[in-house]
Design a protein around this ligand. Structure first.
Ligand code: DP6
Length: 323
């Protein structure tokens, strides 16, 4: 029996991934760029059990739902096919994000699972290979293999769609949790609906490809202001495309919009801060590290506020062989 434990952190995209061009291979419609965080880690242990009749998955110490287990089994099937193994596994996963805070992410979950499963099944994969593998579980997991800023090249096949590090200005993220509830429409479903029904989807995909080029240049130049401007406009474009779906989806609530307003006020006072939001009501604000505390103070009335920074890529913690 082989046991491997890995740890991964969620990431927040500055240029968002929203839409797939191949659901089977999980190839995105456009590339994206994110910061891997130093908080809210997922730790996952995969133990092979040659005598087990099926895989088992526990999340936070309790048996996962049928839907969650099915996603993990499908992922392990990919790993088994590559390893030419038929052994089932016990997967035990713990999230440090507070339950229901909207931060327990599929990115850290599948990045940790990819690293732990590859080690347990004895696959010899480098970081780019692990990023490709994590992609098959959840698109955003592709980027959690990278420490700090990472760019996910959209690619046009399995081999060319992976994430790698990119240099950029130092920044802090201020996470503003305005609503700790679960989102009503999953990212996967929201993306499908946007691609199928939003008249703005083609514009979103085209403009994201351009924003990614500009963002990469701004990162390499260490231009925090431009990084922030592109971040905020890219997020608002994503939400505009999503809100134009039929039936419509609105992830941003009035409390979320109030945070965008407060960030605008900060800029009027010459504190540079820029807002973004994923598929939910919570808002993440980027700022220079020296301004992070002032930004957090200004936003304190809007919800639970936490300052986070750049964190490590998904990595193996332990492996153990036993008879
Ligand atoms: C808004 O990676 O959760 O956070 O690939 O279907 O698992 P699947 O979706 P997921 O979507 C993330 C969407 C986003 C933007 C981003 O992280 O780039």
């Amino acid at each position: 029996m082989t046991t491997a434990t890995a740890r991964a952190h969620p990431n927040i995209a500055l240029v968002k991934y929203w839409g797939k061009r191949d659901e089977q291979l999980m190839l995105p419609a456009a590339g994206s760029l994110s910061l891997t965080l130093d908080a809210y880690a997922t730790t996952t242990t995969v133990s092979l059990d040659a005598s087990a009749a099926e895989d088992r998955f526990t999340l936070g110490g309790t048996t996962a739902t049928a839907g969650q287990t099915e996603q993990v089994v499908r992922f392990l099937d990919l790993v088994r096919a590559r390893a030419d193994s038929s052994a089932h596994a016990v997967v035990d996963s713990h999230n440090e994000a507070p339950t229901g805070a909207g931060l327990a992410s599929s990115a850290s979950g599948f990045a940790a699972l990819a690293v732990a499963a590859a080690a347990a099944y004895d696959l010899d994969l480098d970081r780019a290979d692990l990023s490709r593998l994590a992609r098959r579980g959840s698109g955003s997991a592709t980027r959690s293999l990278v420490a700090g800023l990472g760019i996910w090249h959209a690619g046009d096949d399995d081999a060319s769609s992976f994430a790698e590090p990119i240099e950029g200005p130092e920044m802090s993220m201020i996470i503003v949790t305005v609503d700790p509830g679960q989102k009503k429409v999953s990212s996967r479903e929201g993306m499908r609906r946007t691609a199928a029904t939003s008249p703005y989807y083609p514009g979103w995909v085209d403009s994201t490809a351009r924003s990614l080029e500009e963002m990469s240049a701004a990162c390499r130049a260490g231009d925090f202001t431009r990084v922030g401007e592109i971040t905020e406009s890219n997020a608002l474009r994503m939400h505009a495309a999503i809100e134009a779906c039929e039936p419509p989806i609105r992830y941003l609530r009035s409390a979320s919009v109030a945070v965008f307003d407060a960030v605008e006020q900060l800029r009027a006072r010459s504190i540079e801060a820029y807002a973004t939001a994923d598929a939910g009501p919570n808002v993440v604000v980027i700022a220079r590290p020296a301004d992070a505390a002032a930004v957090a103070d200004h936003l304190a009335g809007h919800g639970d506020v936490r300052i986070v920074g750049a964190g490590p890529g998904a990595h193996l913690i332990t492996t153990e062989e036993s008879a």
